[in-house]
Design a protein around this ligand. Structure first.
Ligand SMILES: [Mg+2]
Length: 380
């Protein structure tokens, strides 16, 4: 079997990659480069020059060849490599007529517990989102901010006391709204300094959040380790990291209790499986990052299905309504009790609709962020 074509398919706000073979099997993957998918698409086109004519089943070799072919790294390259890797695993699964997890050691579980996204620009919307998720059968909610998902056009200012005090009170309300039947995955979106992160973590500890995600900018692993040493709730981080080397540095510092590899960014299924093994050696759980399409969810679940230290899967809203439902066939099903059912279809078990790009033309994400009231840049 040989690769005959590598096709990029931008749809809506997502970038898919389809790898074609002379055996008639195609594999599907997705790039997680989010705000810079145009750059990732160009890298895929460059990688295609190497891949055409190659055996698609030599996944580890192709991964190394592409990763080590030049000395550059970063999100555009790793998103492209991840998309190709997922597509090659999809081909391998279809070739051997088994789900990908079967090729990676077999099933470790039948269902994957998920956390459901809750958004809101007001406290009431966020509280109601938690209640709604519980009614739908979910046992964990995430993307759950104690600071509100406010309009980025509105300049930000709060005193330290109000910022921390209101955030602690928000988490209290989320807990009271759902009792202990729903876990709260508290997302800080890199908004705090290490000192603020310690103060807030101590304030919300009594409400037993499942994890405390990206309390500070994730670039300095020593700083994240410092926060971890001073708080009593687990830190989740890793969605921006590209390699096993970065995860190893994070783990070595005891800076993380739940790693968050993005299968469409960290080197695909090949990268995520290795990161999971590094985490396993530190007794750290895996919560795959997944803000993307149902293709990413399908790839994530192949990992969740074959590792021993899977903890929770991010599950974005709207997989079964347009536009997402009109992009793919075979999106995973929620079992009504807070989990996705591990599929038994070959490969990653999902296909792109032929008319997806036509029905939902690509929309670029433009550059934009929120400012503080003094005009300086903030993270939200
Ligand atoms: Mg996050």
């Amino acid at each position: 079997m040989k690769i005959t074509r590598v096709e990029t398919v931008p749809v809506d706000r997502y970038l898919f990659v389809r790898v074609h073979t002379d055996a008639g099997i195609t594999g599907l993957g997705e790039s997680g480069t989010w705000g810079y998918l145009e750059a990732s698409e160009k890298v895929v086109e460059k990688f295609a020059h190497y891949l055409i004519g190659e055996d698609p089943l030599r996944i580890e070799h192709h991964w190394n060849y592409l990763y080590r072919s030049s000395h550059f790294r970063g999100a555009a390259i790793m998103g492209a490599l991840s998309a190709i890797d997922i597509a090659l695993w999809d081909i391998a699964g279809k070739h051997f007529d088994v789900p990908v997890y079967q090729l990676l050691g077999g099933k470790t579980r039948d269902t994957c517990r998920v956390y459901y996204h809750v958004f809101g620009s007001t406290r009431d919307q966020l509280v109601n989102g938690c209640i709604e998720a519980k009614k739908l059968g979910f046992t964990a909610v995430g993307h759950l901010t104690p600071f509100l998902d406010e309009d980025r056009e509105v300049p930000y200012f709060k005193t330290h006391a109000a910022k921390i005090g209101e955030a602690i009170d928000a988490v209290r309300q989320y807990r009271e709204a759902v009792g202990d039947e729903v876990d709260l995955c508290v997302e800080i979106h890199r908004r705090l300094t290490p000192a603020e992160a310690v103060v807030l973590a101590r304030g919300i500890e009594q409400y037993h959040p499942y994890f405390y995600e990206d309390p500070i900018l994730p670039d300095n692993f020593d700083a994240m380790g410092l926060v971890a040493q001073h708080i009593n709730i687990p830190i989740a981080t890793g969605e921006r990291l590209h390699t096993i080397y970065e995860f190893q540095m994070l783990l070595a510092r005891g800076a993380v209790q739940y790693v968050r590899p993005d299968v469409c960014m960290c080197g695909g299924i090949t990268g995520a499986k290795k990161i999971a093994a590094l985490a396993e050696a530190h007794h750290v759980g895996v919560v795959p990052h997944n803000p993307l399409s149902p293709v990413s969810t399908a790839a994530c679940v192949q990992i969740a299905a074959c590792i021993p230290n899977f903890a929770l899967q991010e599950y974005p809203i709207g997989e079964h309504v347009p536009p997402k439902s009109e992009m793919v066939r075979g999106a995973l099903e929620h079992d009504g009790h807070g989990s996705l059912i591990v599929p038994d279809r070959p490969g990653i078990g999902i296909e792109l609709m032929e008319d997806a790009a036509e029905r939902h033309p690509y929309t670029m994400r433009w550059v934009g962020t929120r400012l503080n009231s003094d005009g300086s840049v903030m993270d939200q």
